[in-house]
Design a binder for this molecule. Structure first.
Ligand code: ZN
Length: 142
C-alpha cells in the first residue's frame, strides 16, 4: 500500500491518509461504500428482522415504518420487508452512530434479539390472559 496516498474528507475537506476510517478533524466516518463495511458486521441483522419498526425507531431509521403499509399484503408483505430490514440492518445501524468498536456494535445488535424475545413472551402471556378473560365472560353469559 502506498502510504503517501491522500484523500480529501468529503465533510470538511481536510487532507487525510487514504487508510483512515474516520476523519480526525471533524469526526465523520469516511466509510460510505458498502464494500468498506467492516467484515465482521456483514451479516444478517436479526434484531432488525424481528423488531422491524421498533428497531428502526431505536436507530432513527424511519424507513422501517414502511412495515405498516407492507402489512396490506397479508403474510408476504411483512415477511418480505422484514427480510429486507435484516439484510440492510447492519449497514443502517453502523452508520446510525459512532460505534466504539465492531465488538460493541455486534453486542448491542445481539441485545435486540433478547428484547424481541421478551416482547414475544409478554405477547403470549397477554394473549393467554385475554383468551381466559373472554372465556370467563362467555361462561358468565351462559
Ligand atoms: Zn472531516
Amino acid at each position: 500500500m502506498n502510504e503517501s496516498e491522500k484523500i480529501i474528507c468529503p465533510y470538511c475537506n481536510a487532507e487525510l491518509n487514504s487508510d483512515v476510517k474516520k476523519c480526525k478533524f471533524c469526526g465523520e466516518w469516511i466509510v460510505s461504500d458498502t464494500d468498506e463495511l467492516p467484515k465482521d458486521i456483514r451479516h444478517f441483522n436479526w434484531g432488525a428482522f424481528l423488531l422491524n419498526w421498533i428497531w428502526g425507531l431505536m436507530h432513527r431509521k424511519y424507513i422501517t415504518l414502511l412495515y405498516f403499509p407492507a402489512c396490506i399484503i397479508p403474510i408476504i408483505g411483512p415477511v418480505a420487508i422484514s427480510i429486507w430490514f435484516g439484510l440492510m440492518g447492519n449497514r443502517w445501524a453502523w452508520k446510525s452512530r459512532n460505534w466504539a468498536s465492531v465488538e460493541e456494535f455486534n453486542r448491542v445488535q445481539k441485545d435486540y434479539i433478547f428484547v424481541w424475545l421478551i416482547l414475544f413472551l409478554l405477547g403470549i402471556i397477554i394473549s393467554v390472559k385475554v383468551i381466559l378473560l373472554l372465556l370467563l365472560i362467555t361462561n358468565i353469559n351462559i
